[in-house]
Design a protein around this ligand. Structure first.
Ligand code: UDP
Length: 240
């Protein structure tokens, strides 16, 4: 295995820092101990949350790689960092919903918890100034972010990811209510699943008790419980 040299900081977001490495096609992603909600309006330090998310997202991306999904993830380097293929991030968030919750429930006035027999896709335009508005395919094409063909490719991959991880979590007594994913393009212009999948980016409910096992605990002000909840998810993922 080649030696990885961490070089310059490439970018820093709310919960992660990205570094260049001695290989121009690879980056190092560092998970910070920071938790945010409501587009960054609510923000807290949470000791070792970065360690938990690094481990959780590693388990999920390893699993998706093994199922043939093309992702940016190469391997975990240490308890906070992972090596990934360098991509240009597509400035869109793709939300997949299996059960009504969160913003969809508020926007459409529908009670949380209703089963969606077919998953619903939503696209949010990543733009802090505009507060990440909900857009549709035509807006994304008009903004020259993606072509219709690329959107179709992403919908196909997203459906597969949903199918794979819904079952993966269900086997661990976790209901995957909804989640957000992001994609990037590598140097060959291939679309790769990027960013992370963790309790920061998913709604998880316990299958038996329906307890919320994700960042909703933080959104609801239960800061003390958040670490234990993320730990519980990690424990369940580690049971095969
Ligand atoms: N989500 C995310 N980042 C965001 C917005 C949403 O990871 O900036 C995730 C969120 O955790 C949930 C799903 O996307 O699993 C759907 O979120 P929703 O649109 O319901 O908005 P929210 O409740 O986060 O305001």
């Amino acid at each position: 295995m080649n030696c990885i040299i961490k070089k310059n900081i490439l970018s820093e977001g709310k919960t992660k820092k990205i570094y260049t490495t001695n290989n121009s096609l690879e980056v190092l992603i560092h998970h910070k101990d920071c938790i945010t909600a409501l587009n960054g309006l609510k923000k807290n330090f949470l000791q070792d949350k970065g360690v938990l998310n690094n481990e959780i997202t590693t388990l999920i991306f390893n699993f998706l790689n093994s199922c043939g999904i093309k992702t940016h993830f190469i391997r975990k380097i240490n308890n906070r960092e992972q090596l990934c293929h360098k991509v240009d991030m597509i400035p869109l968030e793709f939300v997949i919903r299996n059960i009504v919750a969160g913003s969809m429930s508020k926007r459409l006035g529908i009670k949380e918890g209703i089963n969606l027999y077919n998953p619903i896709f939503e696209i949010f335009y990543k733009n802090d100034k505009l507060k990440d508005p909900l857009i549709n395919d035509h807006h994304a094409v008009f903004l020259k972010i993606l072509s219709y063909e690329e959107l179709n490719t992403i919908y196909g991959i997203t459906l597969k990811i949903n199918h794979i991880i819904k079952k993966y979590f269900s086997d661990k007594n976790i209901i995957l209510v909804d989640f957000k994913i992001e994609f990037g393009k590598n140097h060959k212009n291939e679309i790769l699943l990027s960013d992370e999948i963790s309790p920061d980016t998913c709604r998880f409910w316990d299958k038996k008790t329906m307890k919320k096992l994700d960042k909703d605990s933080f959104r609801m002000g239960l800061k003390e419980e958040v670490f234990d909840i993320y730990m519980e998810i990690l424990k369940r993922l580690n049971v095969s």
